[in-house]
Write a protein that binds this ligand. Structure first.
Ligand code: CDP
Ligand code: CDP
Length: 227
């Protein structure tokens, strides 16, 4: 499975494990990894910092057109640069998490970010995760994966993650926030969160990170060996 390079699209609801396994898969295949959620988060952060009304689509588009968002990889981590400044931690803040779906539902914002994402993925050898990668950003991706897990499991995973980072959090609140974000992401008009017809759905509720990553690597191998 070595010479030909493909695109792997990983979609699914919040905290299903997309970015964790996408990074492992990209690393194993020596592909680039693109975290599209970080792009929506970076714009949301900038809008919050500038007190821009998150429902004002025109103002947000103007802001986006003057915003540079870069995703870089250093030795171990993915770095998010917003107008040249490292905002890797800031884009994961509670405030951004609770507001990002309002920004992401605006069609003109999606159009511009999808365009940027497609440019970033213009060469194969890419693993991209988000909500609309298999349906909208890379509809011709060779391997499409849709990761799910129960909301209890996803809240537990985020809770554990917060504990590791020393961030206090409540399971009940996490569950509510995850459900609300999934609802907005699934119900929006513009490329909602939905499984692509030809995506493989993987219920990861009882799977370890490595098991999920291996499943995706096997799906990639299978594609490469058959084509
Ligand atoms: O990591 P987590 O699941 O918490 O979220 P994320 O992937 O960082 O995405 C944050 C938010 O950005 C999502 O809840 C969506 O509202 C939006 N998003 C989107 O609409 N389309 C994408 N391709 C990626 C993210
Ligand atoms: O990107 P997304 O929001 O889908 O999820 P993530 O940030 O990759 O994963 C959320 C948390 O679940 C992380 O702390 C992962 O380490 C953990 N995780 C897990 O415990 N088991 C899995 N099979 C996948 C992720």
């Amino acid at each position: 499975m070595k010479s030909k390079k493909i695109a792997i699209a990983i979609d699914g609801p919040a905290a299903a494990g997309k970015s964790t396994v996408a990074k492992i898969v990209a690393e194993k295949l020596s592909y680039i990894y693109i975290d599209t959620g970080a792009m929506y988060r970076a714009l949301t952060l900038k809008a919050l910092n500038q007190n821009i009304d998150l429902h004002d689509e025109r103002a947000l588009v103007q802001l986006l057109l003057h915003t540079k968002i870069e995703l870089q990889k250093n030795e171990k981590n993915q770095i998010v640069l917003l107008d040249g400044k490292d905002v890797t931690m800031d884009v994961r803040s509670q405030d951004v998490t609770n507001n990002v779906s309002y920004v992401a539902k605006l069609p003109a914002i999606r159009e511009e970010l999808v365009h940027r994402q497609q440019l970033l993925a213009s060469h194969r050898g890419v693993v991209m995760d988000g909500r609309d990668i298999g349906t909208r950003v890379l509809p011709d991706a060779e391997v499409k994966i849709y990761l799910i897990a129960t909301v209890e499991e996803r809240a537990t995973r985020r809770h554990e993650e917060n504990k590791r980072r020393g961030i206090p959090s409540s399971m009940e609140q996490l569950k509510k926030d995850i459900e609300e974000r999934d609802r907005i992401d699934s119900e929006r008009e513009a490329s909602p969160l939905v499984k692509a017809d030809n995506a493989i759905e993987v219920d990861t509720t009882a799977m370890s990170i490595n098991e999920v990553a291996q499943f995706i690597l096997d799906a990639a191998s299978k594609h490469l060996n058959n084509n």
